[in-house]
Ligand binder design. Sequence first.
Ligand SMILES: [Zn+2]
Ligand SMILES: [Zn+2]
Length: 621
Amino acid sequence: MHTYSRKLIIALTFIALTCGVAVAQKPPLRSITYRLSMSRPVSHLFEVAIIVELPEQLKDEPLQFQMAKWSPGRYGVFDFAKNVQEVRAVAENSATRPVKRVDDQTWSVAPLGSTTLTLSYKVFGNDLSGTFSQLDSRHANYNGGSIFMYVVDHKPDPVKLTIDPPAGWKIVNGRTVRAGQTEWQFPNWDVMIDTPTEIAPDWTQDNFEVNGKKYHVVVHSFGPEGGKRPGLVADIEKIVRAEVAMWGPPEFEEYTFLIHFAADDHSGDGMEHLTSTQIIQPGALAEPGVYEQTLGTVSHEFFHVWNVKRLRPQELGPWDFTRPLSTRGLWVAEGFTNYYGHLMLRRSGIWDDKKFLDRQAQTIRGIESAQGSRLMSAEESSMSAPFIDDAAHVQVTNLHNTSISYYPKGQLIGLVMDLLVRGRTGGKASLDDVMRDMYEEFYLKSSNSSYYLRGRGYQTEDLERVASHRAGFDLGDFFKRYVRDVEVLPYDEALAYVGLRLVKTQAKEPFDAGMWVEFEDPREGIIENVRNNSPAEDAGLQSHDALVSLAGKSVTKDSWLKTLAQYKSGESVPVVVRRDRRTIKTQIVLGQPERFDYRIEEKTDATAEQKALRTAWLSGK
Ligand SMILES: [Zn+2]
Ligand SMILES: [Zn+2]
């Protein structure tokens, strides 16, 4: 079954490539220029004009313009076309041309013999996010994929971008080379939308250099900074130094961190790009914890400079934006980036050993407690990305019980693989070496597989091969059991190589009966989810039931687990719930303990060699 479906995928890929070649033979347009204006920021309407100059042989053929259904880095399907309005087309001398809506994302324009066409439209944006865009009285911040249509069959063509900002607003992005710049030239549409842009009167910019490369930290704060910005910039530099020490010099000359402190308690994101990242924190920099969270996101996103933006799974660019992405590699692309994001905080000295190990133990607890861990492999999780990567669901799903995220699962595969390679080779090789080998083979040394980017993408089998070669032992069995199947990772063997062990203990409140209870009102718990085959499901409880009482008393966010903890396995707990207008009384019969704590601690018999391996791992030296 598995082999069969893989053959099918290869066959389909071949057909797709063949079509791609046929399409590329269309003559390029003479020019494509994007004009972006924002004459009325308070309306949240970006004004876009796409001016195309057609070659003679295309002046009688309809030209199609398309809004992407999603954009790179976030794999949920959002259908950006839903925010487009007032689509119009004109030819030379402002003569109108008919615009026909072809489908949910496509508009077609007949040039009727004209060699210049301007398609204009407005697009609404009021989300501060790495995936969406926001225009309001304070600023414009956009992700190009959510506002710029591409010309169908002409995504590879070079494009020019002109931005007309409101008076007094300054433009900055990861391709800005001089102050006051309002025009950019991009090799293709994909690179243009890889360049998120900030336009506002009052962002700040701090700069530093590492090994001759320039780094810019652009901050737009909607709340107090508490004097913490200089410290933040200094810590970002430490992270850059730690990551460059692992990978070697990055390919770019300049890189920009675009950071927003949204101070709205809900906007939060991090999005990777070739020469920049968008980071959005929901709090204000002055507030407790925000500084640390920002560095966590910085460490993750900067690692993507190599892992994902350049060293990438084969399916990550150029993309087909008419359908969701399918790749088996996101547990490497995002999961390994999660792992290294943490490790680099340790190597840069921002975290100590304990903090790093505690965070790994926390991730182990999350993965090992999730029912989906025994149902969904890392590769399947990656293939489910359009459903689980922040996707909105109108239809009710069972994903809470059946899925896991490739972020934490991939993080743990990275952790265990790194330690197995270090341990079994006595420290001669590591996952760092494997990642560098991959970068060299697929990005630096491969011939270009497309117009979009240098090098070519990898398949997960390539990682298996490169890792086995570097480690000197066959990782085929590891990939089969822990990447493509759902076996529990060999934490004990991995941690023992560096003199550590994983300790699993029953939690102080060992039962949740399989219920996930949310308390929006602190006195009324709503059962959000019931685990399949759990005591709560046996008791007939369902999601959306309101918890009226447990063991004869009302419960709060803080007390419901404590109430269950007063009982033992096999005992019955009376429960009353309200479902719609009915009150239902039933009994939960508790099963085996289901809540556990995990910690990683030093083995009492750790040898000097194991401790040395641990130091090399955590310090990167
Ligand atoms: Zn801003
Ligand atoms: Zn990421």
